[in-house]
Design a protein around this ligand. Structure first.
Ligand code: CXF
Ligand code: ZN
Length: 367
């Protein structure tokens, strides 16, 4: 049997840490066993892509950027039958293997061996491409494990559903699964980017009675109110935990940190009522040290936990979130603050807007 030929795609690549993003042709082998090739329709620009450009996730350069995407399955590896060709899918960057010690114990959100495709993509000068979170989606095509491709209703707009694949499931999942917010409880959210806004939406869906949004940027606080925050605290106007205590009388039941800074983690912790739960979602930069007074923590009897991907199970939660979007219970459309094409300049601008705090999500549309 003759081998399937390699194909070409356009992709946004970063060749070394802090180098500019370049859009160029790349080569893709045919998908291997267990894998599919996906034609990307839309992909969101997440902070993690910026961290990858800086080399914060190790030096797998050159990197194929992107990990939050909707596309269409267009080729199967040898043994693959599902998802069927033509199926619209959202890419899952953490597909549970099903048989590691965590999956076997029913804790697949901790899967120790998440499924990814083999190294099938390379630059035209032959360098294998690292992929952000095992995906690579700032491009026309990618190859992923078939179980990273989660079917979703084809009629929903890809520019909205792609956001489910990282930012939205991370924030909503942190509320529903990592914290398990109870109806009527009080919530504070530190950092009102796309993930923080998704925490706000999750808290609203969970029936929180008070949702206090904290940020330095007035624009983000305006967005927070639009998405369901009941109160906002401008962190430029003094220590936010004091204001949160003044607003609630006691502190909140749950505080979420969606930035990844030691200071904001402390503020979030000391915003909690006795026995409260503080959830760290923001990714600390390499070398960051978290510290807090031990006796204060002890007497607070607080829970501090970290989560990523909202402790979700994509096969359960992507269709759930897509259904809430379809039913207008979850607003994805307003999270899209810019739409761009696949070009170096537009992607560079998207990163700049993100760094300046002017964007919730920029979505790259493959056209
Ligand atoms: C990720 C980044 C890598 C560690 C887990 C969380 N966030 C998604 O973009
Ligand atoms: Zn992400």
């Amino acid at each position: 049997m003759s081998e399937a030929p390699a194909t070409r795609a356009r992709a946004a690549i970063v060749r070394e840490a802090n180098a500019p993003v370049v859009v160029e042709d790349i080569e893709l082998d045919a998908p291997g066993p267990g894998e599919v090739r996906v034609r990307v329709l839309a992909t969101g620009v997440c902070h993690t892509d910026l961290h990858a450009c800086m080399g914060n996730f190790g030096a797998e350069f050159p990197y194929y950027l992107g990990h939050e995407a909707t596309g269409i399955v267009e080729a199967h590896g040898p043994d693959v039958t599902t998802p069927a060709l033509g199926t619209t899918v959202v890419i899952n960057w953490r597909a549970a293997c099903g048989d590691c010690r965590f999956c076997a114990a029913g804790r697949a959100n901790f899967c120790a061996r998440p499924l990814v495709a083999g190294p099938r993509m390379r630059t035209l000068d032959g360098r294998p491409l690292g992929r952000v979170l095992g995906v690579g989606s700032f491009g026309t095509h990618t190859i992923v494990h078939a179980r990273q491709a989660v079917p979703i209703a084809a009629e929903l707009p890809p520019e909205a559903t792609c956001l489910i694949g990282c930012g939205v499931v991370t924030g909503v999942g942190a509320v529903l699964y990592a914290a398990a917010v109870r109806p009527g409880s009080t919530v504070a959210v530190f950092g009102c980017g796309a993930v923080g806004i998704s925490v706000i939406q999750g808290a609203r869906l969970a029936g929180a009675s008070r949702i206090i949004a904290v940020d330095l940027a007035p624009k983000k606080l305006d967005w927070a109110l639009k998405f369901g925050a009941t109160d906002v605290v401008d962190a430029r106007e003094g220590e936010p935990s004091k204001k949160i205590r003044a607003l609630t009388g006691t502190g909140v039941d749950y505080a979420f940190e969606a930035i990844g800074l030691p200071d904001t983690l402390n503020q979030a912790m000391w915003s909690c009522d006795l026995g409260g739960t503080c959830v760290l979602i923001g990714v600390p930069v390499p070398g960051a040290k978290l510290s807090f007074p031990g006796t204060k923590f002890f007497y607070s009897r607080a829970t501090l936990k970290a989560t990523f991907y909202g402790d979700c199970l994509a096969t359960r939660d992507f269709p759930l979130l897509a259904g809430w979007y379809r039913d207008k219970r979850l607003d994805l459309d307003s999270l899209v603050t810019a739409r761009v094409g696949l070009s170096d300049g537009e992607i560079a601008d998207a990163f700049k807007a993100m760094e300046r705090g002017e964007a919730l999500r920029t979505v790259i549309l493959m056209g």
